[in-house]
Ligand binder design. Structure first.
Ligand code: GRF
Length: 226
């Protein structure tokens, strides 16, 4: 049984956490359980979903740590150590986690942390080729609504979401799955994000199932799926 830790913040609604839990219940993710939900904010809506399912939660507020004299790297190390020692997860899923995780955290879980990014990320470089054949610049460094707004404002024909392993470089790292979503005339951030989220609710559980069933490996910085 693989042990999953899900990290969330308070910008989203925890809908991807909900999708993971549902996929486990339906047997779409086999051989796995969510052993802890972590948030840096006590008002993250997803915490309610965790509590409803009696999943342990941990709240580690960055501002409180900084107020007590910790540095960002201390915070990362404390968080990594807490998770490792108390929950020993096989997989860490960032599902709406807003803070950059530095190498002090990543070192605890090499090749075991995946992120869901609300934009299409290429394997390498700055640009990604859409199914239609046109190229768009990857949207990096923007969270949730801001990433969706960027795609609309820059007249992208499509955007989407990417599940990828994380590295110390933000929004880089081996890509597992992408989901492309066409942008329609008149789309608002809300209407487009709704369609992106429904794609996310499929690709994130798919990626987790591949990892939990040991069907995936990283070789030379690329994901190989059996
Ligand atoms: C997702 O859109 C994900 O791509 C981004 O944060 C959002 C979280 O949404 N990193 P939710 O809280 O799961 O609804």
């Amino acid at each position: 049984m693989k042990r999953i830790a899900v990290l969330i913040s308070n910008k989203g609604t925890g809908s991807n956490l909900g999708a993971i839990l549902e996929a486990i219940e339906k047997g779409l993710i086999r051989n796995a359980k969510v052993v802890v939900v972590v948030s840096d904010k006590k008002d993250a809506y997803g915490l309610k979903r965790a509590k409803e399912k009696s999943i342990p939660v941990e709240i580690e507020d960055l501002r409180e740590h900084l107020a007590k004299g910790a540095t960002r790297s201390n915070y990362n190390k404390t968080l990594g150590k807490l998770l490792k020692d108390k929950y020993n997860p096989d997989l860490i899923v960032l599902a709406g986690w807003m803070l950059i995780l530095s190498k002090e955290f990543i070192e605890y879980f090499p090749d075991k942390i995946i992120n869901l990014h609300p934009g299409l990320l290429p394997d390498n470089g700055e640009y990604i080729t859409l199914a239609s054949g046109s190229n768009i610049k990857a949207i990096r460094g923007l969270h949730t609504n801001a990433a969706v707004k960027y795609a609309i404002e820059h007249n992208y024909p499509a955007t989407g979401s990417t599940v990828h392993f994380i590295t110390p470089i933000v929004d880089e790292g081996p890509v597992i799955i992408r989901g492309e979503v066409d942008i329609k005339k008149g789309d608002t951030v809300e209407s487009l994000y709704k369609r992106i989220k429904s794609v996310e609710h499929k690709i994130l559980p798919q990626a987790i199932e591949l990892i939990c069933s040991d069907k995936l490996e990283i070789s030379n910085g690329k994901v190989l799926i059996q």
